[in-house]
Design a protein. Structure first.
Length: 213
């Protein structure tokens, strides 16, 4: 039975878990967000948990930057599990920043020849130190797939999904009489609003302004 490791348990990561399980693989998943543990385990995968992560409860479902100490423990834990994996699928990204480097060169060199890394974060620098965006490379027998064009291969389905998501989102914003309904107790509205009534509402944007002020 093949062992698959998923790094980043967002939408893409959870789908990768589900697909890998359907194909009969043993699956482990890592994510700095503790909130996704239950989702990972509900799909039949083992959650790799590392203590000491920065609280991410206000990050709107995205990963947040972690301390140097945590990142060192994280790299070691990822290394220990990665070298035992046959397939690794990485999806971890931080909005507005380069993708975090989670698979280092020495980790790749510790993997079995014939192993495969699929780096879905390639377009923002990749989660693997050796990833080359738009290319598939071989490093000591380990294939690293850094293609970032996968969404374009499912344009029709992606368009339908995006249209449906947009329609549902507009239904939250517009009341039955056609007026704008900004209910900031709704996570979707609160998380997508940048400014309102002269104030910065989005916590990520607000933090960037506070750092530069």
């Amino acid at each position: 039975m093949k062992k698959v490791m998923i790094i980043g348990a967002g939408v893409a990561g959870l789908q990768a878990i589900a697909t890998s399980r359907k194909l009969g693989a043993r699956v482990e998943a890592f994510d700095v967000r503790r909130a996704v543990k239950e989702e990972v385990e509900s799909l039949g995968a083992k959650f790799i948990e590392i203590e000491g992560a920065v609280d991410d409860s206000t990050a709107g479902g995205y990963a947040v930057e972690q301390s140097d100490e945590y990142q060192a423990r994280q790299r070691q834990a990822v290394h220990d599990h990665a070298v035992k994996s046959d397939v690794i699928i990485t999806t971890a990204q931080i909005p507005g920043k380069p993708a975090p480097k989670l698979l280092m060169k020495e980790t790749v060199e510790g993997m079995k020849p014939g192993s495969v890394i699929v780096d879905l974060a390639a377009s923002t620098g990749g989660n693997c130190e050796l990833t080359v965006n738009g290319e598939t490379i071989d490093h000591l027998g380990v294939r690293i797939i850094g293609q970032s064009f996968y969404p374009s291969t499912i344009a029709k389905d992606a368009s339908k999904m995006f249209g449906k998501n947009t329609l549902n989102f507009m239904a939250l914003l517009i009341a039955s009489d056609g007026s704008l309904n900004l209910n900031f107790s709704d996570d979707l509205i609160a998380g997508t609003c940048v400014t309102h009534a002269g104030e910065i509402m989005n916590p990520r944007v607000k933090s960037l302004f506070s750092k530069n002020s």
